[in-house]
Write a protein that binds this ligand. Structure first.
Ligand SMILES: Cc1ncc(COP(=O)(O)O)c(C=O)c1O
Length: 396
């Protein structure tokens, strides 16, 4: 029977990772894969996480099933991280949070719930967006439509076009928004723009589904959720898919959550039952380890402070690499503008060169990036930035 299957194309990022691994050049640089790297090019385990892991190793006394909602403490901490610990939403029965296997698992469970709301349930996704959004949503049978997001000419959000499309979205459709550190563009909505999106949502009746995979990597832990909170404090319903892959460095532990804000306590219970039933048929129960670590860090004052400091270092390093890259490239004689990179947030930006220049960078200089020219700023460090900039200037 298996001979009936035809192989499917490998994900371009995975293909790029393999090509990078096989490249023998010592000067090679990986700007493709979406993980944080420190100034030595490593993806370290955070110290606070390591300490929590050590304590867990000493104290954990069972590996029995956790249940479909996952760890209750973790869910409470995540809800507070997103909506605010003082915010009535986190303490209200109108909201519920379910631990999920990474941000991807959270998105999938969220999409499954949307698909159950009505026949032909539709989600609107910004163009461009994270490469996995459309495959995840499509698998649930949701109808996918797109709204414009980024203007490649001005290297910024095409807000007029975005809002014009949002105004036409029918009530009951869902709209996927990036909470912060937009992947792939690095271009985030301002708070005024979030407010405008919010008033359009209340006029038209669309329901926001916010994907927040980089909380703390943009402007700060609280700062990065201000836009999301404008929506949460003013709209009756929304959904949030969150991830601890980046801000806790827990990539392989698959640690995420799906949160729902509903119009009543009763509604929230019903929605939670659907999320649990979707989870049950997809993976049954989420993996415990990462969530227990996050709950331990967020539940301990000293560990939490240590984690916040480490996260701040991550954020500052990315900011400083953005600035340095712009400084070194701004003196180019080709009239190419790279200044958008220092204004943007999080790990990604489009470099904005041509596909031919991307190929030359890889073939001649061993510098790897996806064909869209999205670069992972965290792949840059003070040891490789000169080589990187010289190589970019060479291919311009
Ligand atoms: C925008 C966005 N959402 C969600 C995710 C999912 O993250 P994970 O499933 O690794 O937690 C990512 C990961 O790169 C992302 O960039």
């Amino acid at each position: 029977m298996f001979e009936r299957l035809k192989s499917v194309p490998i994900d371009p990022i995975l293909g790029l990772m393999n090509a990078f691994k096989a490249d023998p050049r010592e000067t090679k640089i990986d700007l493709g894969v979406g993980v944080y790297q420190n100034s030595s090019g490593k993806t370290p385990i955070m110290t606070a996480v390591k300490k929590a892991e050590f304590a867990l190793h000493q104290n954990e006394n069972t590996k029995t099933y956790q249940g479909m909602t996952g760890d209750i403490d973790y869910n409470t901490h995540i809800s507070e991280l997103i909506f605010g610990s003082e915010n009535s939403i986190s303490n209200s029965d109108k909201s519920c949070t379910l631990q999920a296997p990474g941000g991807s698992g959270a998105l999938r469970v969220g999409a499954e719930v949307i698909a159950r709301t009505k026949e032909n349930a539709t989600i609107w996704i910004g163009d461009p967006t994270w490469a996995n959004h459309i495959p995840i949503m499509t698998k649930t049978g949701l109808k996918i439509k797109t709204y414009p997001y980024y203007d490649f000419k001005t290297h910024s959000i095409d807000f007029d076009a975005m809002i014009a499309q949002l105004k036409k979205i029918p009530a009951g459709d869902f709209v996927l928004l990036h909470g912060c550190c937009h992947n792939p563009t690095g271009a985030d909505l301002t708070l005024n723009q979030w407010s405008e999106v919010c008033s359009v949502a209340s006029q038209t009746g669309f329901i926001p589904f916010i994907d927040i995979a980089y909380q703390g990597l943009g402007n700060g832990l609280d700062e990065d959720v201000q836009g999301l909170r404008i929506l949460a404090n003013n709209l009756p319903e929304l959904m949030v898919a969150s991830s601890c892959s980046k801000n806790f460095g827990l990539y392989r532990e698959r640690t995420g959550a799906i949160s729902f804000l509903c119009s009543s306590d009763v509604q929230s219970k019903i929605v939670l039952s659907h999320a649990m039933s979707a989870a049950r048929s997809l993976y049954s129960m989420p993996p415990a380890h990462g969530a227990l670590l996050v709950a331990a860090v967020l539940g301990d004052h000293a560990l939490r402070q240590e984690w916040e400091k480490e996260l701040e270092q991550v954020r500052r390093r990315i900011e400083s690499m953005r600035k340095m890259l712009c400084q070194k490239l701004e003196t180019n004689n080709h009239g190419q503008d790279f200044s958008h990179i220092k204004m943007q947030k999080g790990m990604f930006s489009f470099l904005g060169i041509t596909p031919d220049q991307v190929t030359k960078l890889r073939d001649i200089h061993g510098i790897y990036m996806v064909s869209s020219t999205r670069i992972n700023i965290a792949g840059i460090n003070i040891n490789n930035i000169d080589y990187l900039c010289d190589s970019i200037l060479d291919v311009l």
